[in-house]
Ligand binder design. Sequence first.
Ligand code: PGA
Length: 253
Amino acid sequence: MRQKIVAGNWKMNKTWEDAKILTAEVMGMVADEVKGNVKTILCVPFPYLGSLKNQLGSSTVKIGAQNCSEHDWGAYTGEVSALMLKSMEIPYVILGHSERRQYFGEDGKLLARKIDKTLAANLTPIFCCGEQLEIREAGTHEKLVKQQVEDALFHLSADALKKIVIAYEPVWAIGTGKTASAQQAQEMHAVIRKHLASKYGAPVANEISILYGGSVKADNAQELFSCPDVDGGLVGGASLKSREFVDIVKAMK
Ligand code: PGA
């Protein structure tokens, strides 16, 4: 059985006051309403990590970062390393989000190094991949996403790969309100899993949780999550509202 996961990606949103309120609401609703084995994660801005982790305490809701450096320590002003996150016992970190790729020039080589740093620090990376609209329209989306997976992950051993969570996020669906259909999501998740199987074998590939991201909402989550290769979601905009986010968590059965 693969781990089912719903992770919220707050991106660069919420004041500190609002962040505490949202966390308290999500934590309370998850405790009251969420049964079963879905893992709920909040990926929050760096300055909030320590305090929100304390606020969550022994809640089943876990905390994650949205990025980390490819370096361990040193003169890299403004950066945060995987070892720093480890020292704060932050268990998850998103890597390779399309916004990082697009606005900060992150490519496969860099992401491979970041993946190595997070694994060396015993964190779980949530590795994002996904194609832009032009690529989808040109029909080369499978090729591109396979390449993204290969570039960042295929240097890993099978044991290391098993510690990764993958998120497929078609760029044209992020923040646009235009969700991939359940069929499109399932197709791409199956492509990714098959590609992992081609290198690591089916038993390993079958252990990797692959999340869907891109305009997941309470009213489309159930359909997306019912696909056999969709193991949960990475949720942006809808994770900023506690009721909507917890309804998405509840859609993952
Ligand atoms: P969205 O963002 O849910 O707002 O489309 C998803 C993401 O970027 O992770």
